[in-house]
Design a protein around this ligand. Structure first.
Ligand code: FEO
Length: 173
């Protein structure tokens, strides 16, 4: 059983994950518009990951006898100056998501809510990955500066990303 406060905060975070999905899909559309299809693929996979994150929260709130409440999702940006600007925003966004997860963990501890704390621990690890991946791509983009061939090499690399639901995720579904 979730406290009312925890239910509200989990719902807020569920909606934030849907916003993340929206944001990355918009970034994918931007990359398509500038013919960087590997980057577009990477962002589409990121969109699918965010949808799976949102659904983890959705299922958890429901399993805990809470009530999922969806809200309107704010419109994401449509244009960016260049790929670096996209990954600067991605990295910053993931840091914000990590903070939201950490705040939820603190609340769960404060409320002695062990099931929610346990559920959130997967996300604590996932956010370390999310931040690290975004930072790595950002560093590569900064490294190549204005090199078109460097950009195409990264584009090729990102074309190989595929969405894979984690086994932990299928177990919790
Ligand atoms: Fe669901 Fe990228 O955090």
């Amino acid at each position: 059983m979730l406290s009312q406060n925890m239910e509200e905060k989990l719902n807020e975070h569920t909606n934030a994950e849907f916003y993340s999905a929206h944001l990355y899909l918009s970034m994918s559309a931007y990359f398509k518009s500038v013919d960087l299809l590997g980057f577009a693929n990477w962002m589409q996979v990121q969109f699918e990951e965010e949808m799976s994150h949102a659904m983890r929260f959705f299922e958890f709130v429901d399993r805990m006898d809470g009530r999922v409440k969806l809200t309107a999702i704010p419109a994401p940006p449509v244009e960016w100056e260049n790929p670096i600007a996209v990954f600067e925003e991605t990295y910053k966004h993931e840091q914000t998501v990590s903070k939201s997860i950490h705040d939820l963990v603190s609340l769960a501890i404060q409320e002695n809510d062990h099931p929610t704390n346990n559920f959130l621990q997967w996300f604590v690890s996932e956010q370390v990955e999310e931040e690290s991946t975004a930072k790595t791509i950002l560093k590569k983009l900064r490294f190549i500066e204005d090199s078109k061939s460097g950009l195409l090499m990264i584009d090729q690399e990102l074309a190989g990303r595929v969405f894979a639901a984690s086994s932990d995720e299928s177990a919790s579904a």
